[in-house]
Structure formats: structure tokens, C-alpha cells
Design a protein around this ligand. Structure first.
Ligand code: NAD
Length: 454
């Protein structure tokens, strides 16, 4: 399999891809390893994962350069991602014992009732490329802490990072018989779906997630899906510092080139501040540098996947045909690399794909709204349900709006953020199930009810 650098379009490396035979023997290895792993104390497993986090810190420059070379994100954003992963690992490792230990529920006379937590067994994690460290850690770290063995399939666009993850986990003391990496794309994914795993944990697009869920339906094992989003953000007319809000929300839309599951994908602005907000937004954007992701100070590198350039061009064309106005950007850049100009469209409406379909790129539609009621109506007009954000001075106003939206995450005066102590989960086409928080640790165990009469 060829690994392409999206900034130069050059082949970085060629690596062997898995096939049905290699996947089967990796599965067998995990089947043997898991039995012993579940007997290892949670505290010992946690120590190994703490060591893993430490190694990420020691090798951050090298690991960031590997990540940037295959996905094209600016080096500083690669460093941020790895540091973010370390914070998450630390929280999960620190809290694993607390949330995975058995709970005594009743003690009456000679009757004891308690809940024990047993690992699911061997789980399959099919993952995405946009934040391979973060979305990977969400699943495989929690799964390992809970005593499972893991087959981790990185996206074919972040395979080198997947192999680094494997190397460092082994160096941290995690036995290779409980963590295996499957290299390849959709075909390898499909083979994994035919193996008898005890649970499937997927991060990726709605289309693939739906396919995976359908394939797993008859298997009677847990299948958890973290999928896409079309996350809305509302700027209410009472905000005070318009340039600051414009800068923060532009970052929410464009960080990682807009390739985040929780990127701000559409913005609604109350009419009283619309003009001022829009000009502050465009001003902020004009200061952000586009260029090679290895160059210091660059905010926009190339997109990771070449095909996404077509998706973005189609959305722009569709919006313009239906009456949108282009404020900046709008097309791919000439020369080598999958670069797309940061793009802002106004006079947009919900007949346009731009406001309904996930863009997953540096492109945003900004729409003027009359009041909260109208904002809520538009924000709710989506099949997705990952996050929603409201910027206002008034916390009650924000909570009132956010309560009416069917999303797994609600942001007041912030956006595009994930925190380890809080559950990360979607609704509707954004998926279901949960990672992170106590609920995300417990997603990898089965409760057993103990009725003990002495
Ligand atoms: P994708 O669906 O194309 O691929 C995801 C994974 O599925 C890859 O490993 C891929 O090889 C595998 N795959 C593809 N077809 C398959 C098949 N038929 N059978 C089995 N496996 C198959 O998604 P992507 O492009 O890697 O990631 C981008 C998407 O992921 C976006 O929609 C984004 O919003 C979403 N995402 C969601 C979250 C979240 O937490 N909700 C986090 C990150 C990304």
C-alpha cells in the first residue's frame, strides 16, 4: 500500500497490507492473549498506559512529523493532537480503577448484591484519519484498561501513525498478544467484519458506519458508532466582544482545515450583529497563513484526501447556483498538494448542500437570522446530532436554546472541543454509544449481577 504525502503528492513509503490470512492469524493471537490480560490488575494496566503517554511526550517531535507527513495537518496541530491524546490517556488511566471496580449495591442480613464488570473480550476498532491519536485513544486505551484485546484498524490515510501506536504500546509493556494493527482500507475493514469479534467500535463517516451496523446486526454483539456532523453555531445579538467571538468561531470552523467531526459547519448570526461579525470573521481569516504544513506559522495545510476537493467544489457550485455570495476562497489551489482556499459563503439557505451535508473542509456558510426561535429552527434542521454551540452573554438563554437541540454535546461560548471527563457521543446520523468519561470506560465492559447469599 502506498502512503502519499498530501502536501507534495509524493509517495512517502510503501507498506504491506493485511489480507484475510494475516488478519485471521492476528485475531487468533488476540484470542489467546485476552484471557491472560483480563487477569492483570487494572492498576497494572493503567501503569502501562501511563508509560505509553510518557513515551508520546518523549517522541512528540518525531510522531508529529509522521502524522503531518501522511495527513497534511500543520506540525503545530500535530503536536497539539498528541498532547491532547496524552491528557486523555492520563484521565482514563487515573480513573479506570474507580469506574471499573465492582460495586456493592446491597448488604442485608446474609444477602449481598453487587455488580461486577467483565471485559467484552476481543474488540475491533475501525478508525478515522482526521485525529488518529485522539479518536484512537478514545477507544483502544479505554478498551485495554477494561481488560479487552484490541484489533485496531487505522484509516488507510493514517497507517504510519497506526504502526507507531502499536510500537509504543508494546514498548510500554502492553503485550503484542492484546494489541494488533490491521493495515488497509475498506477491503480489510470488510474482512474484519466477518471475524467473530466481541464488539465493534467505529469512528468514521455515516455511510460506512451504517454499512458496518448492518453487517454486525445479526452478530448480537455491541456495535458503537461515532460518525459525522453538521454542527451549528449561533451568535446571539448580545455578544460584547465581536472580534473575539469572530476569531474563536472561525477557529472552530477552520482548525484542522475543518476536518474535525465537531468542526463548526454552519453559522447563524442574529441580524443586529451580523455585519460587524462577518467583517471581523473575514478579517481574522485573512491573517491565517496557507502553506506547507511543515512550515512554522502555517494554519492551513492541504486536505488529507484528494477526493474531498471535489466535494467542496460541488458544494460551492451548488450554493452559488442557488443564490449564495462568495466572500472569499471557493476553489482548489493550483500546484502540488490538495490545497483548498478557505471559503466563506453568505446569503445561504437550507436548500443548499453546504448547509445540510457534512463539508469536512475549510468552507463555511454564514446565515443571518432574526431571533432565537429562527436560529433554533435552522440549527435543528439536520439529520446529524453531534454538537451545537451558542455564543451569548446570557447563560440561561444559551441553555434554553441548547436544551431544545438533539445533540450529544452542548457548548456555551466555546466550540469544537472534547474533554476526557465528559461523554463523547452522537445522536441520529452522528451515531450512538459513548467514549470518554466514566460512561466511555464502562462501554468496554459487561455488567454481571452478583446475588450472594452466605
Ligand atoms: P470513512 O468512513 O471513510 O472511514 C473510516 C474507516 O472505515 C477507515 O478505517 C476505513 O478504511 C474503514 N472503512 C471504509 N469502508 C469500509 C467498509 N465498507 N467496511 C469496513 N470498513 C470500512 O471515514 P473517514 O474519512 O476516515 O473519517 C471521516 C469521517 O469520520 C467524517 O464523517 C467525520 O465526521 C467522522 N468522524 C467522527 C468522529 C466522532 O467522534 N463522531 C471523530 C472523527 C471523525
Amino acid at each position: 500500500m502506498k502512503i502519499i504525502n498530501p502536501a507534495t503528492e509524493e509517495v512517502i513509503q510503501e507498506i504491506p497490507e493485511d489480507d484475510a490470512n494475516t488478519l485471521h492469524s492476528k485475531y487468533q493471537k488476540l484470542k489467546h492473549g485476552q484471557q491472560a490480560w483480563q487477569l492483570v490488575a487494572v492498576a497494572i494496566r493503567a501503569k502501562m498506559l501511563e508509560k505509553f503517554a510518557e513515551l508520546l511526550g518523549d517522541q512528540i517531535e518525531y510522531l508529529s512529523s509522521v502524522l503531518t507527513s501522511e495527513v497534511g495537518k500543520p506540525l503545530q496541530q500535530s503536536r497539539n493532537e498528541i498532547n491532547g491524546a496524552r491528557t486523555r490517556i492520563k484521565w482514563l488511566a487515573d480513573n479506570a480503577e474507580k469506574y471499573l471496580k465492582s460495586e456493592l449495591m446491597t448488604q442485608e442480613g446474609n444477602l449481598e448484591e453487587s455488580i461486577g464488570y467483565e471485559p467484552l473480550g476481543i474488540i475491533c476498532n475501525i478508525s478515522a484519519w482526521n485525529y488518529p491519536w485522539l479518536v484512537g485513544v478514545n477507544v483502544f486505551v479505554s478498551a485495554l484498561l477494561a481488560g479487552n484485546a484490541v484489533m485496531y484498524k487505522p484509516s488507510e490515510f493514517s497507517s504510519l501513525t497506526g504502526l507507531e501506536i502499536e510500537k509504543l504500546l508494546i514498548q510500554s509493556g502492553v503485550p503484542s498478544s492484546v494489541f494488533q494493527v490491521a493495515i488497509g482500507g475498506a477491503e480489510v475493514g470488510k474482512v474484519l467484519l466477518s471475524l467473530p469479534f466481541d464488539g465493534y467500535f467505529f469512528t468514521g463517516s455515516y455511510r460506512t458506519g451504517k454499512f458496518i451496523y448492518e453487517q454486525c446486526a445479526s452478530r448480537m454483539v455491541p456495535c458503537q458508532l461515532e460518525m459525522g456532523g453538521k454542527d451549528p453555531l449561533y451568535v446571539a445579538g448580545d455578544i460584547l466582544d465581536i472580534p473575539q467571538v469572530a476569531a474563536a468561531t472561525a477557529d472552530g470552523a477552520f482548525y484542522n482545515n475543518g476536518q474535525s467531526c465537531c468542526s463548526v459547519e454552519r453559522i447563524y448570526v442574529q441580524e443586529s450583529v451580523y455585519d460587524e461579525y462577518l467583517s471581523a470573521f473575514l478579517k481574522e481569516l485573512s491573517t491565517w497563513k496557507i502553506g506547507p504544513p511543515t512550515q512554522a506559522g502555517v494554519y492551513f495545510g492541504p486536505l488529507t484526501r484528494k477526493e474531498q476537493l471535489n466535494v467542496l467544489e460541488k458544494q460551492v457550485k451548488d450554493a452559488l447556483t442557488k443564490g449564495a455570495r462568495l466572500m472569499t476562497g471557493g476553489k482548489r489551489m493550483t500546484g502540488k498538494g490538495y490545497y483548498f482556499e478557505p471559503t466563506v459563503l453568505v446569503d445561504v439557505n437550507h436548500d443548499m448542500d453546504l448547509m445540510k451535508e457534512e463539508s469536512f473542509g475549510p468552507i463555511i456558510g454564514i446565515m443571518k437570522v432574526k431571533d432565537d426561535e429562527e436560529a433554533i429552527r435552522y440549527m435543528a434542521d439536520t439529520d446529524y446530532g453531534l454538537t451545537a454551540a451558542v455564543y451569548t452573554r446570557d447563560r440561561n438563554r444559551a441553555e434554553k436554546i441548547l436544551t431544545q437541540l438533539n445533540t450529544g454535546t452542548a457548548y456555551w461560548n466555546c466550540c469544537d472541543r472534547v474533554s476526557a471527563p465528559l461523554p463523547w457521543s452522537g445522536r441520529n446520523h452522528s451515531g450512538f454509544g459513548v467514549t470518554l468519561s466514566h460512561a466511555g470506560l464502562q462501554a468496554f465492559v459487561k455488567p454481571k449481577a452478583w446475588h450472594l447469599r452466605g
